[in-house]
Design a protein. Structure first.
Length: 195
């Protein structure tokens, strides 16, 4: 990899980087056991394995001191009453933070610490959200009208640990409450000491 400065442009309505190395697409089937209404999940999956979100990543060597960055586009929609969302993860190297800059759309970042503390921060055009080290994070598009478009950057050696979220989900679910979203307890979640 050539170690020279460079500039990218974020092009088009979805702010796709003018150059990227990795295009990740995540469909409904990748979020097995995550949506609380499992009947609605399987009904939806029987119709189509819909595209929920895409990540356009600019790759750098996965070394301390480097940064990985790019754009995540979460499409609008729901499974039952639960909005489309990312899988969510802890960083494998827990002591690594992350920054999100919301380019467009409406949503929330659901977070929780290893100890079970939780937070929900709102995304809106121009908002910057700081994810501290040791906090798992999941992005949710709470608008049914358009994409949620997020620029992100994090230490390149962070890695992703999806396992505990795949098993227990996040402590809080984000549901469609009609006029606004609702934050409700996830019945499947277990406190860390009971796992
Ligand atoms: C983001 C996420 C991205 C997709 O770049 O990886 O939004 O979410 P999942 O990785 O949970 O599918 C990030 O937080 N990177 O560390
Ligand atoms: Zn992350």
């Amino acid at each position: 990899m050539v170690n020279r400065p460079f500039t990218l442009q974020l092009l088009g309505p979805q702010a796709i980087p003018s150059r990227y190395d990795h295009h990740i697409t995540r469909h409904l089937s990748a979020l097995k056991n995550q949506f609380h209404d499992q009947d609605a999940y399987h009904d939806a999956l029987n119709v189509a394995d819909m595209l929920l979100y895409e990540v356009f990543e600019i790759r750098r060597p996965e070394l301390p001191g480097e940064l990985l960055f790019g754009v995540t586009v979460i499409h609008p929609g729901k499974v039952g009453d639960e909005f489309f969302m990312t899988k969510g993860h802890f960083h494998s190297v827990l002591e690594t933070a992350e920054l999100y800059y919301c380019l467009d759309g409406e949503g929330v970042l659901v977070m929780e610490s290893l100890e079970g503390d939780w937070a929900v921060e709102e995304f809106y055009s121009g908002s910057v959200t700081f994810v501290p080290p040791r906090w798992a994070h999941r992005s949710v598009n709470t608008s049914l009208d358009g994409d949620l478009i997020l620029f992100f950057a994090y230490p390149a050696h962070a890695g992703h640990d999806y396992k505990s979220i795949e098993e227990h989900g996040f402590r809080k679910l984000i549901l469609d409450g009609g006029d606004t979203y609702e934050i409700v307890d996830n019945p499947r979640w277990l406190p860390p000491e009971r796992r």
